[in-house]
Design a protein around this ligand. Sequence first.
Ligand SMILES: [Zn+2]
Length: 70
Amino acid sequence: MARCHGTTLKGERCKRETQDGLDYCTIHEDQAPEGGRNPSGPGGWDTDTLLKTAVGFALVGAIVLFRIKR
Ligand SMILES: [Zn+2]
């Protein structure tokens, strides 16, 4: 177990302990450096990629539906 590297809303060092192998507790894991904690590994799907893909599919679907109707 290690001490969390995160900072609380008061600007103080977080006193929570982290899970094994992690530098941040569950509350401050969003403060971790980019790529510091990625469960799916390098090149994995993150929320941003999934969102962009979903929007892309929705857009393509809308265009296809539009063409079929005409
Ligand atoms: Zn913390």
